[in-house]
Ligand binder design. Structure first.
Ligand SMILES: Nc1ncnc2c1ncn2[C@@H]1O[C@H](COP(=O)(O)OP(=O)(O)OP(=O)(O)O)[C@@H](O)[C@H]1O
Ligand SMILES: [Mg+2]
Length: 511
């Protein structure tokens, strides 16, 4: 079936010529007015277009509405910009255009760009990577460029931003697709086991090595190995991985025969490896070896314009999966989700939508269905900290965890407020608000976010002199206590990934 393109008629001359070129190239095209909403434009034909070309009027309200609607339906847009426009790139970013061309536009250039956008859309369908915002479009371009070669790739980004999804996409688009993609989470495997996990071991290499076992590098031969949380790799293993990267050979633990493999290495980390190098925790020679091609995945709060699109897709996905008739989401509820902070990024949004699709009583997500923690924050203010699972209300330990986490959120908000004040008025004196230090060391709570009081025997919440790390450690301990040491549940309660929890357990020596 031919790809569908709509061309707006604001600049009729451009529209007619481009429409003709697209038609000649075999596209299913139609000319529409900017006043046409996407839904209106496809009425009667049933299918949404693959791309919309806005021939002019970009600064006007109808074009803005059309763009917003296209954005929410994951439809690519190409804007034709007037030559008088001072900064077309900036304008495109502001309006959320997927691509732009400066007038006068040669219809053949419009055709080439449209083809590229449609290929990108197909790439998104194939990889499951959703997002229209410029940073995600840049990530897709990088994936396209990096997939065909064998150079090492490093993917950086906070937890839940899609690092594994991107790693898999690179493999699936590379000539190595069809060959193994082997993922290893360096943070989840104890240091003592990581080496034999990666390189395998010979029979009798150590107590318990009853059989020869192939390592992940060997299993990934001809394919790709994904070293997740690579920053957590212990120094001894770093040396060995460096050697594999240098000459593609290694020894099984206890082995004397060098083993040669042809493996593409893709790594990911949710902390800056550069900082780890500066702190002496990561070898700089390995860092340079890994840092050949780099992809950075921005946190969701830095690309809020993608939230409506993600929400709609996840609702459709989970409604189908759970066989629920689901109407969608009210505008008010959607706005709350757009404004929330999403410290757990797309994973957190996705999990929340799944639970709401299952639990929302009216077959529609309304504001009241959104957990209070998410409803009460928002506006992009602050907190890179876990969002909480709603408390059952009776469970005291759960309330304590909630209390600690809410306090963390408050503390973070206050610190950010202070920083903002300093940045806004650098020349003025800044009043320093002292946080905590009261009789019980409790935080002040200006926005009255705290509704759960800790019991008299409750854990330490915050005392003057405690660092963020101390508070985080206390939160993790409390969560583990509440879940009786069940790490999966503890991670869930804390609103972080299990792997992140493992990393933190190690970091705070709680493992
Ligand atoms: N751009 C995206 N479009 C659609 N789904 C996404 C996107 N990015 C992430 N996801 C989904 O979010 C969840 C988390 O993604 P993923 O596991 O790749 O994150 P991660 O960065 O590896 O997280 P962590 O650091 O915690 O391991 C997955 O269910 C994934 O499918
Ligand atoms: Mg991951």
């Amino acid at each position: 079936m031919a790809d569908r393109i709509l061309v707006t008629t604001d600049d009729l001359e451009h529209a007619v010529r481009i429409n003709a070129a697209l038609e000649a190239a075999g596209f299913d095209t139609a000319m529409v007015s900017s006043f046409d909403d996407v839904r209106q434009a496809v009425r009667g034909r049933g299918l949404p277009p693959d791309c919309i070309i806005l021939s002019g009027g970009l600064h006007e309200t109808p074009a803005e509405h059309l763009l917003a609607s296209a954005h929410d339906h994951a439809i690519s847009t190409l804007g034709l910009v007037e030559p008088t426009e001072a900064d077309p790139k900036d304008l495109a970013r502001e309006l959320g255009l997927t691509a732009w061309l400066v007038k006068p536009v040669d219809p053949q250039d419009a055709l080439t760009t449209t083809r590229r956008l449609i290929d990108r859309r197909k790439l998104q369908q194939r990889t499951g990577i959703l997002g229209e915002a410029a940073p995600i479009q840049e990530v897709l371009v990088k994936i396209e460029q990096m997939a065909p070669v064998t150079s090492t790739v490093i993917i950086e980004g906070e937890s839940g931003t899609g690092k594994e999804l991107v790693a898999k996409a690179i493999h699936d688009l590379s000539p190595r697709r069809g060959k193994p993609f082997i993922a290893v989470n360096c943070a989840a495997i104890p240091d003592t086991l990581l080496e034999s996990e990666l390189f395998g071991h010979e029979k009798g290499a150590f107590t318990g090595a009853a059989e020869r076992r192939l390592g992940r590098f060997e299993l990934a031969d001809a394919g790709s190995i994904f070293l997740d949380e690579v920053g957590d790799m212990p120094p001894a293993t770093q040396v060995k991985v460096l050697r594999v990267l240098e000459d593609r050979t290694f020894f099984r633990v206890g082995g004397i025969q060098p083993i040669k493999v042809d493996v593409r290495v893709i790594t990911a980390t949710n902390r800056s490896l550069k900082d780890a190098v500066a702190l002496g925790q990561f070898r700089d020679d390995l860092f340079y070896r890994l840092n050949v091609l780099a992809i950075y995945l921005p946190p969701l709060r830095e690309r809020r314009s993608d939230i409506p699109l993600l929400v709609r897709r996840f609702i459709a996905e989970f409604a189908a999966q759970h066989d629920r008739k689901f109407k969608g989401i009210t505008p008010e509820a959607l706005q709350i989700l757009v404004d929330a902070d999403w410290p757990g990024n797309i994973r957190q949004l996705r999990n929340l939508i799944e639970s709401m699709v299952v639990l929302a009583p009216e077959g529609e997500i309304r504001a009241a269905d959104i957990p209070r923690d998410i409803r009460e924050r928002g506006g992009g203010r602050g907190a890179g900290l876990p969002v909480l699972v709603p408390s059952t209300g009776r469970d005291v330990a759960g309330q304590e965890v909630q209390f600690i986490l809410r306090s963390l959120v408050e503390l973070k908000l206050q610190i950010e407020e202070l920083r903002r004040r300093v940045e806004d008025r650098p020349a003025q004196r800044v009043e320093v608000i002292e946080v905590g230090g009261g009789a019980q060391g409790r935080l002040g709570s200006p926005s009255d976010l705290l509704d759960a009081e800790p019991g008299p025997e409750g854990p330490v919440i915050y005392r003057a002199g405690m660092t963020m790390a101390d508070v985080e450690r206390a939160a993790i301990e409390a969560a583990l206590k509440e879940t009786r040491g069940n790490r999966r549940k503890a991670a869930e309660v804390l609103g972080i990934g299990e792997r992140t929890l493992y990393r933190k357990l190690k970091e705070y020596q709680l493992a």
